[in-house]
Every structure is written in C-alpha cells, then in structure tokens.
Design a protein around this ligand. Structure first.
Ligand SMILES: O=C(O)CCC(=O)C(=O)O
Ligand SMILES: [Fe+2]
Length: 191
C-alpha cells in the first residue's frame, strides 16, 4: 500500500467520494471558498501565482506559510464535512487546511516539501482531489528516484512519517487538461 520504496509513507486511498458527491463538493467549494491568488517570494521577488488558494484553521490559529502569516478563514460547512470524513477514514485529526484551485492543466505546483516550521513534524498531510485528474509526483532528495501516480476525482492521498524529510512532491503542469481541479491539503499546525 505504501507508494514510496523507502524513507516515508504515502498511502493512496483512491476514490472516497462517488462521482455525484465529488461534483457537488467541487461546485460548492469553488463558489463558496474565499479564493485569492497566492503570493510567494521567489529569488527575493514577490510573485503572484495563477493558482488560487484559501487557508483555513481552527479558530485562533494564525496560518503561517512561506514565511508570512496568512489570514485563515473559518471552516465552511462543506469543508468541515470533508474534514470529518477524512478524520474518520484515517483516524487522525487536522487543525488546518490549504485549498488550491488550479483553473486548468497549465497551472501546477513545483517541487517542494511540506516541511514548514509551523507544521507538526512528521504529522500526516491528507490531500483530497476534486475535478480534473492530475499526475502527482514524488522525487527523492538524495538520488532523484521518482514515483508518480494519478490523483482521481474524489480521491484521498495521505503523506506521513519522514516523507517530507526525504522526498519533494509536485503537481506537474499538463497543458492538454482544460478542466479545473480543487485540492484540499489538511494539515496539523503547531498551536
Ligand atoms: O495539488 C496538489 O495535489 C498538491 C498540493 C500541495 O502539494 C500543497 O498544497 O502543498
Ligand atoms: Fe505540498
């Protein structure tokens, strides 16, 4: 079940939402979340990404990410429902979520590890995919070994243990894909 050959654990649970539920969740999240373009600092320059994001956290937790403090929103009913569902499936709990909206395959996310200081070390990250199917890849930091999989509509991927220490991951751009995708990454921030 572990997709990674060593140095971490990545469990792909496959589709945990059926087609109708996935479509319904996509529609509700795309129209109700407070989406805005992400701002990141690259080579000392402020860059506004095409991908849109929204941050959520339990009341009172500021969302720290990429060296800045983001305004975290309150859980919406739809998000709270999805969070409860994955907490039930995984037996874990999460106190924050980064939502990503990729308008089409021309948008993606480059190689990175989710190893922010604000996150509890080695805590699981649960990633939900809604909408367009996209390839997701892991690359080992030492020897470059790559593991790729397809993230299906309504699926759940869990990364845990030393995964972020030894592997980077990315959502490669795929220009042929015209449909949008929403990704929800549930995390545990240090409180
Ligand atoms: O969209 C995805 O599946 C990946 C998102 C991701 O890696 C992140 O938000 O840190
Ligand atoms: Fe990530």
């Amino acid at each position: 079940m572990n997709l990674l050959p060593r140095d971490g654990t990545a469990i792909y649970h496959g589709r945990i939402f059926d087609e109708a539920m996935a479509r319904n969740s996509y529609e509700r999240l795309s129209s109700t979340l407070p989406w805005r373009n992400d701002e990141v600092v690259m080579f000392g320059k402020r860059v506004v990404t095409a991908r849109e994001v929204a941050w959520f956290a339990d009341a009172g937790i500021p969302y720290r990410y990429s060296g800045t403090v983001k305004q975290a929103a309150e859980w919406t009913p739809e998000l709270a429902e999805i969070k409860a569902r994955i907490e039930n499936i995984t037996g874990l709990s999460f106190n924050s979520c980064l939502a990503n909206l990729y308008h089409h395959g021309g948008e993606g996310m480059g190689w990175h590890s989710d190893d922010e200081k604000s996150l509890v070390k080695h805590a699981a990250i649960a990633s939900i995919s809604l909408g367009a199917e996209r390839v997701f890849s892991f690359r080992h930091k030492l020897d470059g070994e790559t593991v790729s999989l397809l993230l299906e509509n309504g699926s759940l991927l869990v990364m845990k243990d030393e995964t972020q220490d030894y592997w980077k991951h990315a959502l490669p751009k795929a220009a042929k894909i015209k449909e949008p995708r929403i990704n929800l990454t549930f995390r545990t921030m240090i409180v």
